[in-house]
Each structure stands twice: as structure tokens, then as C-alpha cells.
Ligand binder design. Structure first.
Ligand code: ARG
Ligand code: ZN
Length: 877
């Protein structure tokens, strides 16, 4: 069942033109395809046989050049249709029947709230018709859609609309032509009763592009933010990457039932409603930022993904890593760059580092897989983006831009590999990226051990850097990688000018206080000259590489970094190191003897009292390391010990800082009209961080805050923060608040999801029972991925103390849900089960119970390839 990169071969046939006709109806849909095929001149010589992909299709007719293909010449087996004795060039006409109404996998053509829509990436097109469903087969598409007008007034596909007409029987048809050859995974179709918000954008060369966002009528008031984000993204890509949009129309459609965030289908992006709809009353600040980021991400794919696509699915990070890097750059330009960086690093250091240390660890360009859907991972996306970011750091912005220009120019219209991307960067910059390429083939998180030595006599400071990467499945030995290590040396009066042995300081740059060291060997020394005082090293600035860093800092040094490092990421990271140390200490102390460190309290007090700081960063710094991050650095993971210790520290901080927190809360309460912009977002985030602490103090003034905020707030950010504070602290008002919240928002599915999530993430005992009860709530629907993620997903992945309750009941609960979901939606089932796969990290008792749950899934006959791959790999020795 395993597919290997080394087995890649060019396709035997190419499809120059694809004509599709869809007759959409209530029972079933008939799909007619006419494919213009020819033998690939580069294919290895072989018999004149054509093998097409196809699953769950009913074949009604098959002709070659107008002649029916005899039964003896064709054979359907598994996922393929095999035809013998085909000419070198021919037309294949095929009629299939499919049942979108019964398609619960949300892959291929399916129905979501009365609307037909598609999701073809990675291999969903084969559920629509027989085809060469692989990304290196690129074709020009013409698509005709026929449907009843009253139910489906809007009929959309990729490219330009060429025909729209009424038919006699109450039906109508449209024809769409996409002039850009594309692989089938970028095909899309939408038919439904949709309303739209329109705008337009004039590109840098003067092309007028019509922009439309299609939604259900009730959601028309939630499209403005996505539209603004889209226009910002279009302008930004012209300015920063020189990329102009290439058609006269760009459509976005919102659908309720969607497996992922969104999909970049050529000129017809399809979005999960959660990633496109936003308005202040229903959407949190985080939600607004997510919409901006995802709209930009999908738009940027038009170049990094569509104009230049992937040769095969092993190259997925070619488009995803690069596009995530691009959307991160965009978001930092739109808001606070440091906040964005800290959020991205937090995700990487929890989810990705955990994946890289677990049974599914894979390089950003995997060598093999069973089910490609399982490889839409934080490694491919987020670590992939970090690898592109390292290229940007190593080459510098100008050469990086030259490299990306060369990449787009060289490969426009092609399906290429990660190697082609690196080669373009290499050719444009003249840098040798030979060793750097290991980032594409080696899995695992390298660990850097750094030590510093100051020699006052010679006025030198020496950094010794060792690197080591742990073994991962299938990769026992690792070679040293090329790691860009950004450093500065802090003196009493600020960062010192750097002069590296043998490399005189660069006179071009006015600021010589930061340097990127090329770490390439397993052990290396860097000697800095003319250092007149013993410095504190500021290391891995901006998180310049996706590695774990060990440096034996003293408390004094950490407090100094936290106070005065000019790198915002390092300031925050120093606070995290102090936080981890504090929680470790609380874990070993017994409950009554633990006393919070005075210097930490002072540092937090200083943060809270300094008006000159970025409030969003203050908020992030005040939040202690998350349970997920603690589970990465404290092994084996004692979930309950970590939770209790973290709570003890939070309580102690809240008590010691009560008055400054209260002052901060008051000072940041404002009645300005809501804007989803950086300054306001920062202010709300600080205020709500203060609120979460204050709710731990049991005086009346503190306890009154959340209720007052819940009752008076006008925006979802403040309302949800208040609700969370009430519910998670079992405030007397919490039941009523939950009830009110539901009354107010029951007609808004995305808000109901937040309501589910607040309850699912409640650390109080008994939450598993609550989750089970909520699954029977009329608003819950196991067929809707957003609901599953909000309730079951949030409980299992975020509510660690309850998921790991000691009797193992929650493990079994998850296993049961996975078994059920696997029958309707394997992709969601396989995602959901990830928390169980990390069993090796936990204490022995938990390990056994988690393995039992995995084994019970493994015992199910006929598991999907999705679930089979994840479960079997996680049980492997
Ligand atoms: N290409 C999409 C994006 O990252 C994700 C589609 C994933 N689809 C899937 N079936 N795994 O923007
Ligand atoms: Zn993407």
C-alpha cells in the first residue's frame, strides 16, 4: 500500500484538453468528459495501454474517437480503469454517474447545505470522473454545468464565463473556460443559491479584476474583512514578489462542511466558512486574523501552487511551505511582526516538534506515504515555511527575491520539484546550498548546544556550537545540517559591534550588532574579537532556524534578555525559559511550600507598568508556557503534575500582582468602536490576559469583572473571553452565561462552535461527560468537520488533564469516535486520532491505556487507508 518517491515516473499519456459536462440533479449527477489525449513523448517506451484513476464511479459509457470501447479491452480494478490498445493520440469520451448527496467524505463533488461544491486536492478528482489524477498532468479545462435554476441559480467553475443561458425545462447552463493548463486537483465547481459581495481590483499593469465572495444570504454582512484582505494580498504580492493576477475574475465561495481551511482552485477558491466570514459581533480577533491569513494564503497560491505546481505529492511542501512563508510575511506586514512570529514559533514548537519526535515524523519532502491526505501536516506546512525562511535569511531579501523571480520565470506553467526551487535560489544567489538541501530529506528536530566563553585578556568571546539530530522512523543516522544561527552579544549599554575572527565587520551595514552564523558541522567554534566586556549572548534571534536550543543561562542573564534584548522574539523566549523553570520548581515543591520567585513577579510587574511596550507582546509574555509546550520540554509527560504546577504558578502570580493587573484591566478597557486592527487587538489581548489572572483572585471586585464584561461587551473577543473566564472557573454565573450565549447565537453556526469549544476545553473534572452530552445537543452534527473539531477535537487535543483522565475513559471515547467517523469521513477520523499516537511520551500507566485504544481501532476490519496508516505507524516498534 506504500507509495515511494523513488518510484516516480513521468505519465505515459498527457491530456491537452479536458471538456466536462455536469448534469446536476437531486438523485445523482451525470458527468460527461471528453479528454484529448496523446502519448507523452518523454514516457518510457511501453505497451499502448492507458490507466486512469477513478473511485466510486458508475461507468455508463466509454468511447475512443467516437467508437465504444469493447468490454474485453477495458478492466476496472480497485481505483483504476485500464484500457488496452489505445492509439498515440485520441479522444476519450466517458460518461459516469456519481452521488454527491451521499458523499460524506467531503472529497470530490459533494453537497453542503443545499449547495454542490468540490474539493479535489489531493486525489478527489478521481471521485468525479476517470482521469489521470496526478499533478504533473496539466490540461486546459472547459466545463459546462446544467442544473435546475430555482435551486441552483449560481453555477461556477474555473476561469472565464463564456456561456450563460436558460434551458426550457426550468434548468439553466453555464460554460466556463480556464485558459491556464492545470492539474485536476485545482478543478472546482459550485452550484447553489448563493448571494455575493463584489468589488474590483486594478492590477499593476491595469487589468480590471472582478472580485466576488459568494455566501448564503444570511452571511452577506460578514464578507467585508475577507474582501479587504483579498485586495491587500493582491497589492502586496505585486509589491513584494512582483506577482500580478492573471484573469479578469476571482471568486471565493464559503461552504459550511469542509475538511480543511480553504482551497486554492484556479480563480475559484473554496473556503470553510470559518476562514472567510467575519464580523465583530460573531468573530474574535483571532478569527479576523485567521481570515486575513487564509484569504492571502489561497490567493498567493495562484503563483506558488497554480502557475507553478508540484510534480508529485512528495513535493507538497514546494507549494505549501513557500505559500505559508509568503502569508506569514504578509501578516507581519499587516499587523505586529513580533506577535506573528511568536505565534508561529509557538505552533511549531508544540505541534510540529511533537510530530517530528513521534511515529509519523517525516521530512518536509517525504520519501513515502500510504495516504497523501495524512501529509497535510504541520511539518509540510509550518516546518516547510521555516525552511524557506532560512533560505531568505541566508540569501538576504534581495537575493531571495532574485531567486523567487527566477523560479517563477523558469517554471511558469510547469509541475516541478523542491529541488527546482532550491536550484533557482542557488543560481540566482551564487550560494552553495548543497548541505542546506538536507532540510528537505532529513526528519527530526536538530538540537543545538551552545556554550559561551569570555577571555578578558584577549578580548575575545567564543561560542561553541554543537548540533545533533535524533533518529526518526526509517532514519537512524543524521548528517549535520546547514543551520543559520542569528546572534547578538549584549553588553551593559546595549548590543556590541560584532567582528568575527577572519571575517571583518561589514562596513556596508550601519548596524553590525547582529550576525547570522553558518553552523554546518557537528561541532564548531566562532570567535568574536574586540569584545571589551563579558556579554550575554542573544541566540537564535527571530527564531532563525527550526531547532531546539540549549544554553545554560543564569537567571540574571535571562531576566536581562527579557528586559533589554532588542530582538522581540528573544525577549519573549527568555520569559518562556523562566516560566518553564518556575513550573518545574512548582512541580517538585509540595503544595504548601511553593513560593513564587520574587524576581519573576518583579519582571512581570515591570512589564505591566511599562506603557511604552507593545501590549500584545506584554500579553504573550505574561501567559505562562502552554501545557502543550511544557509537554515538549518535560519528559516523560506527567500531564496532571504539569497542570497542577502551572495552576499553582498562575494563582501565585495573580495574587502577587492583583493590583497592577486590575489597573491594567481598567486602563485597557475602552468603548471605542471595534476595529480588527493591531493596536486594538493588542489592547484587548492584554486586557483579557489580565482578566484571566484576576478571575483567580476570590475578592468580589475581581469576581465581578467577567460577569460585567460578559453582560456589556459588544464584540465577540471580549464576550468569549468573559464566557471562558466564567465557565473555566466555575463562576456562579457560568450556567446562566452559557445559556444566554446560546440563546443569543444559536442561529450562527460559527458562534455555536465557539460555545462548544469553551465547554470542551474546561479543565474542571467531569468534562468528558459534558462533551458526551453535547454530542446529543441538536446543534451538534458529526457530519460537520467544524463541529467535530470544536467539540471532540478541542477536548482531545487541548484539554489534556481531562483527555488523560487516569481511567483511560477519554482514550476509549476518542477511539470510538474515530471508528465511527472513519466510515463517513476518513480524513477527519485520521486527524482526530493524532493525540493518541503520542503515547510514548506519557507515564507508563497512560501508555498502556492509550495503546489499548489504538489497538481497538486497529482491530476494526476495513479501516480507511487514512486511519490505517496513522494507527499502524504509531503502534510500530
Ligand atoms: N491546498 C490547501 C491549502 O493549503 C489545502 C487542501 C488540503 N486538502 C486536503 N484534502 N488535505 O490551502
Ligand atoms: Zn496551501
Amino acid at each position: 500500500r506504500t507509495i515511494y518517491l523513488k518510484d516516480y515516473r513521468e505519465p505515459d499519456y498527457l491530456i491537452d484538453r479536458t471538456q466536462l459536462r455536469f448534469e446536476l440533479a437531486e438523485e445523482s449527477t451525470v458527468v460527461d468528459s471528453v479528454l484529448t489525449l496523446r502519448r507523452n513523448p518523454n514516457a518510457e517506451p511501453g505497451p499502448a495501454e492507458l490507466t486512469l484513476h477513478g473511485t466510486e464511479l458508475e461507468l455508463l459509457a466509454l468511447e475512443i474517437d467516437g467508437q465504444p470501447v469493447a468490454q474485453e479491452r477495458r478492466r476496472i480494478s480497485g481505483e483504476t480503469l485500464h484500457i488496452e490498445g489505445v492509439p498515440d493520440a485520441f479522444t476519450l469520451s466517458c460518461r459516469t454517474q456519481i452521488r454527491p448527496q451521499e458523499n460524506t467524505s467531503l472529497e470530490g463533488l459533494y453537497k453542503s447545505s443545499g449547495m454542490f461544491c468540490t474539493q479535489c486536492e489531493a486525489e478527489g478528482f478521481r471521485k468525479i470522473t476517470y482521469y489521470l489524477d496526478r499533478p504533473d498532468v496539466m490540461s486546459e479545462f472547459e466545463v459546462e454545468i446544467v442544473a435546475e435554476r430555482s435551486r441552483y441559480p449560481v453555477l461556477l467553475s474555473n476561469g472565464n464565463l463564456t456561456v450563460a443561458e436558460e434551458l426550457e425545462d426550468g434548468r439553466h447552463r453555464t460554460v466556463w473556460h480556464d485558459p491556464f493548463p492545470k492539474p485536476a486537483y485545482l478543478f472546482a465547481l459550485v452550484a447553489g443559491d448563493l448571494s455575493r459581495v463584489s468589488d474590483c481590483f486594478t492590477t499593476c499593469s491595469g487589468r480590471e479584476v472582478d472580485l466576488h465572495i459568494y455566501v448564503e444570504d444570511k452571511d452577506l454582512d460578514k464578507c467585508d474583512h475577507a474582501m479587504t484582505s483579498l485586495k491587500n494580498a493582491m497589492r502586496w504580492d505585486e509589491k513584494v514578489y512582483g506577482r500580478e493576477y492573471d484573469l479578469d475574475i476571482f471568486n471565493i465561495v464559503a461552504v459550511d462542511d469542509f475538511n480543511m481551511g480553504a482551497m486554492e482552485n484556479k480563480s475559484l477558491n473554496i473556503f470553510n466558512t470559518s476562514c472567510v466570514l467575519a464580523k465583530p459581533e460573531t468573530t474574535t480577533d483571532l478569527g479576523f486574523q485567521r481570515v486575513e491569513g487564509v484569504v492571502a494564503h489561497e490567493y498567493f497560491h495562484n503563483w506558488s501552487g497554480n502557475r507553478v505546481t508540484c510534480r508529485d505529492w512528495f513535493q507538497l511542501s514546494l507549494k505549501e511551505g513557500f505559500t505559508v512563508f509568503r502569508d506569514a510575511q504578509f501578516s507581519s506586514d499587516m499587523g505586529s511582526a513580533t506577535v506573528k512570529r511568536v505565534e508561529d514559533v509557538s505552533l511549531l514548537r508544540t505541534a510540529q516538534f511533537a510530530e517530528d519526535a513521534g511515529p509519523m515524523a517525516h521530512p518536509i519532502r517525504p520519501d513515502s506515504f500510504i495516504e497523501i491526505s495524512n501529509f497535510y501536516t504541520v511539518t509540510i506546512y509550518e516546518k516547510g515555511a521555516e525552511v524557506v525562511r532560512m533560505l531568505h535569511t541566508l540569501l538576504g531579501p534581495e537575493d531571495f527575491r532574485r531567486g523567487s523571480d527566477l523560479y517563477f520565470e523558469r517554471h511558469d506553467g510547469q509541475a516541478v520539484t523542491c529541488e527546482d526551487f532550491v536550484k533557482a535560489m542557488e543560481d540566482a544567489s551564487g550560494r552553495d546550498l548543497g548541505q542546506f538541501r538536507l532540510w528537505y530529506s532529513q526528519a527530526g528536530t536538530p538540537r543545538l548546544k551552545v556554550a559561551g566563553y569570555y577571555d578578558a585578556d584577549s578580548e575575545t568571546y567564543t561560542l561553541t556550537v554543537q548540533q545533533q539530530c535524533p533518529p526518526t522512523p526509517g532514519q537512524a543516522e543524521k548528517a549535520p545540517m546547514h543551520i543559520p544561527l542569528a546572534v547578538a552579544l549584549l553588553g551593559e549599554a546595549g548590543a556590541l559591534r560584532l567582528e568575527l575572527d577572519g571575517t571583518p565587520a561589514d562596513p556596508e551595514t550601519s548596524d553590525n550588532t547582529q550576525m547570522v552564523l553558518d553552523v554546518t558541522e557537528s561541532e564548531q567554534r566562532f570567535v568574536f574579537n574586540n569584545i571589551k566586556e563579558e556579554p550575554v549572548p542573544s541566540l537564535l534571534r527571530g527564531f532563525s532556524a527550526p531547532v531546539k536550543l540549549d544554553y545554560d543561562y543564569s537567571r540574571q542573564q535571562l531576566l536581562r534578555l527579557m528586559r533589554s534584548d532588542s530582538d522581540g522574539f528573544c525577549r519573549w523566549d527568555a520569559s518562556q525559559v523562566l516560566g518553564v523553570a518556575e513550573i518545574r520548581r512548582a512541580m517538585t515543591a509540595d503544595a504548601d511550600s511553593y513560593q513564587v520567585s520574587e524576581d519573576l513577579v518583579d519582571a512581570f510587574r515591570a512589564l505591566l507598568s511599562d506603557d511604552s511596550l507593545d501590549k500584545a507582546m506584554v500579553a504573550l509574555t505574561l501567559q505562562l508556557p502552554s501545557e502543550a509546550y511544557l509537554a515538549e520540554v518535560i519528559e516523560p509527560v506527567d500531564v496532571h503534575g504539569i497542570y497542577r504546577a502551572r495552576e499553582a504558578v498562575r494563582y501565585a502570580l495573580a495574587e502577587s500582582l492583583r493590583d497592577v493587573l486590575m489597573a491594567c484591566y481598567r486602563a485597557n478597557t475602552s468603548d471605542e468602536v471595534y476595529r480588527p486592527e493591531a493596536d486594538q487587538i493588542a489592547q484587548r489581548s492584554l486586557k483579557n490576559t489580565a482578566l484571566a489572572y484576576l478571575m483567580l483572585c476570590d475578592d468580589d471586585e475581581c469576581q465581578g469583572l467577567a460577569k460585567a464584561q460578559f453582560d456589556s461587551s459588544q464584540n465577540m473577543t471580549d464576550r468569549l473571553s468573559a464566557l471562558t473566564a466564567l465557565v473555566h472557573n466555575l463562576h456562579p454565573y457560568h450556567t446562566e452565561a452559557l445559556w444566554r450565549f446560546y440563546q443569543d447565537w444559536q442561529h450562527e453556526p460559527l458562534v455555536v462552535n465557539q460555545w462548544f469549544q469553551v465547554q470542551a476545553t474546561n479543565r474542571q473534572p467531569g468534562t468528558l461527560e459534558t462533551v458526551k452530552e453535547l454530542m446529543a445537543h441538536p446543534a451538534f452534527d458529526i457530519r460537520n468537520p467544524n463541529k467535530v473539531r470544536a467539540l471532540i477535537g478541542a477536548f482531545c487535543a487541548q484539554n489534556t488533564v481531562n483527555f488523560h483522565q487516569s481511567d483511560g475513559a477519554a482514550y476509549q471515547f476518542l477511539a470510538d469516535q474515530v471508528k465511527q467517523l472513519d466510515r463517513s469521513n476518513p480524513q477527519i477520523a485520521s486527524r482526530l486520532l493524532v493525540p493518541l499516537t503520542k503515547w510514548r511520551k506519557y507515564l507508563p500507566g497512560a501508555q498502556t491505556l492509550m495503546k489499548d485504544a489504538l489497538n481497538s481501532i486497529m482491530a476494526v476490519p476495513e479501516l480507511s487507508s487514512d486511519v490505517f496508516e496513522v494507527v499502524s505507524k504509531s503502534l510500530q516498534e
